[in-house]
Design a protein around this ligand. Structure first.
Ligand code: TRP
Length: 373
């Protein structure tokens, strides 16, 4: 029998999901879900991880659990095929984390480039006097270990995430190898599954900045209405040197084209812009000069509306039935808990800290009795 193929992935509920999440992960998850190639799929709302740098704002995290769940359902994740659950409701994960903590050094954590960048971004290293946030919360510093627990608890073979999560998967693999060689081969080494189209690796913000982020105010959200999306598209960053329509334009680093690379499908030309057969033709014309930003933006708006409309409509439908949304999360969390509990039991067995498991206690008693004879 070949090893079951299991997916685990998730998101921190710190805000609504935007189209960067959609091209970077959500769209792919739905495809993987519908491919029928996976035996089990777990999608986790990582509220406990979100709290590692939001300890003072559990309310924000709590509110965004429903937002993210609505985004999941709207994007097409189907509870019949994918188990959606809330991280904090699976206490086995924190127990695993505690044991994995012993397999990782502080020095190794300090080398994690994503955590390093996040520490920088959040100003945790700033002068103590700067504000009360100075200093790195221990929980935040260690979250790669908790993420290893998330992944291994479900014996995930495949973790579809963005490139920024690569260091987490690498650390997880190290923990798995360390655990398996120290105790017993219980854990499964996961593989990362990166987004497939180059443009989707990381969608820039509408202002052309490297990353879409709520704090920069440069996101298009899955929940945005039609007019909001249109406004955001029409004010997008393009090529600052493309001033006159007749000027030659740059496609590289031009956010409008980056978005088209990520969203445009062949059928969109016949539907919205029959003057061109494909995106290459549009790009060529733009490079030559004579094609204005407004036209390209209008096309991008049509493409985005076409993609986002069904998602938006489903989101509105699901938002009318919040009890259902919570039912999905509650059931999912129960299923996740059962799975994680099995792995935790195996882990404890491998570490021989399963003292009171049936059969084990008798042997233990005999051992200690023999010692004291
Ligand atoms: N770190 C991920 C993020 O910021 C969320 C996450 C937590 C996750 N645990 C995970 C992703 C396990 C994949 C696997 O989006």
């Amino acid at each position: 029998m070949s090893k079951p193929k299991i997916i685990l992935t998730g998101d921190r509920p710190t805000g609504r999901l935007h189209i960067g999440h959609y091209v970077g992960s959500l769209r792919r998850r739905v495809e993987l879900q519908d491919s029928g190639e996976f035996d089990k799929i777990f999608i986790m709302i990582a509220d406990a991880q979100a709290l590692t740098d939001n300890a003072d704002n559990p309310e924000k995290v709590r509110q965004n659990i429903t937002e993210v769940a609505l985004d999941y359902l709207a994007a097409g994740l189907d509870p019949a095929k994918s188990t959606m659950f809330i991280q904090s409701q699976v206490s086995e994960l924190t127990e695993l984390t505690f044991f994995y903590n012993n397999l990782v050094t502080v020095q190794r954590l300090q080398r994690n480039p994503t955590v390093k960048a996040e520490i920088q971004m959040r100003g945790f290293n700033d002068d103590e006097s700067a504000d009360n946030k100075a200093g790195i919360p221990v929980g935040f510093f260690c979250y790669p270990i908790s993420q290893a627990a998330d992944i291994t608890a479900f014996k995930a073979t495949t973790v579809p995430v963005g490139e920024d999560q690569e260091p987490m998967i690498e650390q997880t693999r190290e923990i798995v190898r360390k655990f398996n060689s120290t105790y017993a081969p219980v854990l499964v080494e996961p593989e990362i599954l990166l987004p497939d189209r180059a443009a989707c690796l990381r969608l820039p913000g509408t202002d052309g900045k490297a990353k879409m982020s709520k704090s920069l105010g440069n996101c298009i959200y899955l929940a945005d209405d039609e007019e909001t999306v249109r406004k955001k598209v029409m004010s997008m960053y393009t090529d600052p040197n493309h001033i006159q329509v007749s000027d030659p334009g740059k496609v590289e680093g031009n956010t409008v084209f980056t978005y088209l690379d990520a969203f445009c499908k062949p059928g969109h030309f016949a539907m919205f812009w029959p003057d061109y057969a494909n995106l290459d033709e549009v790009k060529d014309h733009y490079r030559r000069g004579g094609l204005g930003d407004v036209k390209v933006k209008k096309f991008l708006n049509s493409v985005l509306q076409d993609t986002l409309r069904p998602i938006r409509e489903r989101r509105i439908e699901f938002s009318k039935d919040i009890p259902y949304v919570y039912e999905v999360l509650k059931k999912g969390s129960e299923v996740a808990r059962e799975t994680a509990a099995q792995t935790l039991a195996e882990v404890k067995r491998a570490m021989k800290i399963n003292y009171f498991e049936p059969g084990v206690l008798d042997t233990l008693i005999q051992e200690v009795q023999a010692k004291y004879k």
